[in-house]
Write a protein that binds this ligand. Structure first.
Ligand SMILES: [Mg+2]
Length: 434
């Protein structure tokens, strides 16, 4: 009986904590995932606790150890509906690594967002594959793991390579959520049923083509438009867009295309009432962004410069940004993304979830993340059809009439991964079995 009493106190305190505090729900879920508690039969809990609070939460086997029986890597290559161009590169084909982890008859899926070349970051498909195959997978294969914190500790010996780590970690999040029969959004501590969707529009041939594309996207329901800019494709472009769409929520992303010496030019962008200016300066910089923010009226949002929760803390301490873009793939996974969210939430800094041209698998994880309460700005999470003729998942993500996307409620990612579609675009495969 003492053991049952222990469980009862533990579960009551846990669920009260979940119910009572909005933002603290997030850390509760994190703590839950890390507790090493052997599960008791569901029937025993049901008779012990009745319907108190939420039966589905009570019956979750929290902290259950998951033996990682097999890990499968699939390098796939998907054709984009249309090319996507930024200040530094142009993509027509989007490669990625789909990571699958199997345990207890379940399969968790995650997406590694490293690109074909080291343009956005130093990681590529090849480096991510190498780091996963030769270092991280051997470290965790056959191990019994109860939490994403534990995975982070085990993979922590590998310096950097956040995209490789994030792909594997996302698969574990999906697996843990399925094992607990809750949605990933629920496990992360999400509070929203729908998330706000924005769209990112790449650099076009000319301004008239850009205006046509914006018109088309606005007609589809997107209310916040992000434009990629670069030197020579900035002030005149924004002037024309603002003239045509005076009320539109508009922002610009430079992907680190400017130098601090060009700040007088950047200050001219203040006149367009942008929601924010994203990553104007170097991809590793915090210091110059802090100096620039002092001179700009437009809020700076950092993207490439934030690769860890510590980067985020330093950026906020320095005043290098007023808004943060959080990409789980870039910051080493959903756990770090949550930490950055929590930090920004505490400091009153709004955040939104960025995109890396994810398939439905990565998109589903991003949607779950964006259901956290601090994601108060529209996210770069658009409908599946914006990028893909046929997504990897069913049902695909669609844009609702109010420019939102529904957060899946089924276990794990809450979407079905269509394996036949993965197989059609596969370039390379490796399976590791314990
Ligand atoms: Mg960006």
């Amino acid at each position: 009986m003492w053991l049952l009493g222990y469980y009862r106190v533990l579960w009551i305190s846990l669920n009260c904590k979940r119910m009572m505090s909005g933002s603290r729900i997030i850390s509760s879920a994190t703590e839950v995932a890390s507790w090493d508690i052997p599960s008791l039969p569901a029937q025993a809990f049901q008779s012990l606790l009745g319907d108190f609070v939420n039966p589905s939460l009570w019956l979750q086997p929290l902290g259950e150890l998951m033996k990682l029986e097999a890990v499968e890597l699939r390098h796939i290559e998907m054709e984009l509906v249309e090319p996507f161009e930024t200040s530094g590169w142009r993509e027509t084909l989007r490669p990625c690594i789909i990571v699958a982890i199997r345990s207890k008859g379940l399969t968790g899926y995650g997406e590694c967002v490293a690109g074909a070349g080291p343009w956005y970051s130093y990681e590529t498909i090849q480096t991510a594959w190498h780091v996963l195959e030769d270092f991280i997978v051997p470290e965790i294969l056959g191990q019994e793991i109860a939490s994403t914190e534990e995975l982070q500790r085990r993979s922590g010996r590998v310096r950097g390579h956040p995209m490789a780590k994030a792909g594997l970690e996302a698969a574990l999040w999906d697996l843990l959520a399925q094992a607990r029969n809750v949605s990933l959004a629920n496990l992360l501590g999400g509070t929203k049923e729908r998330i706000e969707s924005g769209i990112s529009i790449g650099i076009q041939q000319d301004i008239s083509e850009l205006l046509r594309v914006i018109e088309q996207r606005a007609a589809q329901g997107y209310k916040r438009i992000k434009l990629k800019i670069k030197p020579g494709w900035d002030r005149e472009v924004l002037k024309a867009v603002r003239k045509r769409f005076p009320q539109m929520q508009l922002m610009a992303d430079a992907n680190a295309a400017y130098r601090f010496s060009e700040r007088e030019h950047l200050k001219q962008l203040d006149e367009f009432g942008l929601l924010m200016l994203e990553q104007p300066l170097d991809y590793d910089d915090l210091i110059d962004h802090a100096a620039l923010q002092k001179e700009l009226k437009t809020p700076i949002c950092l993207d490439e410069s934030i690769k860890t929760p510590e980067d985020a803390r330093k950026a906020l301490d320095l005043g290098a940004c007023k808004i943060s873009n959080i990409k789980p793939g870039q910051v080493g996974g959903l756990l770090n993304a949550k930490k950055i969210h929590d930090l920004c939430w505490e400091r009153g800094v709004p955040v939104w979830c960025g995109g890396m041209l994810e398939t439905g698998i990565g998109r589903a994880a991003n949607v779950a993340l964006a259901s956290l309460p601090g994601f108060t700005l529209p996210n770069d999470i658009s409908a599946s059809a914006r990028y893909w003729r046929e997504d990897m998942i069913e049902p695909p993500f669609v844009l609702e009439a109010d420019a939102t996307i529904r957060v899946p409620t089924g276990p794990g990612l809450g979407v079905h991964v269509v394996l036949e579609r993965l197989e059609r675009v596969i370039q390379r495969r490796a399976e590791f079995v314990s």
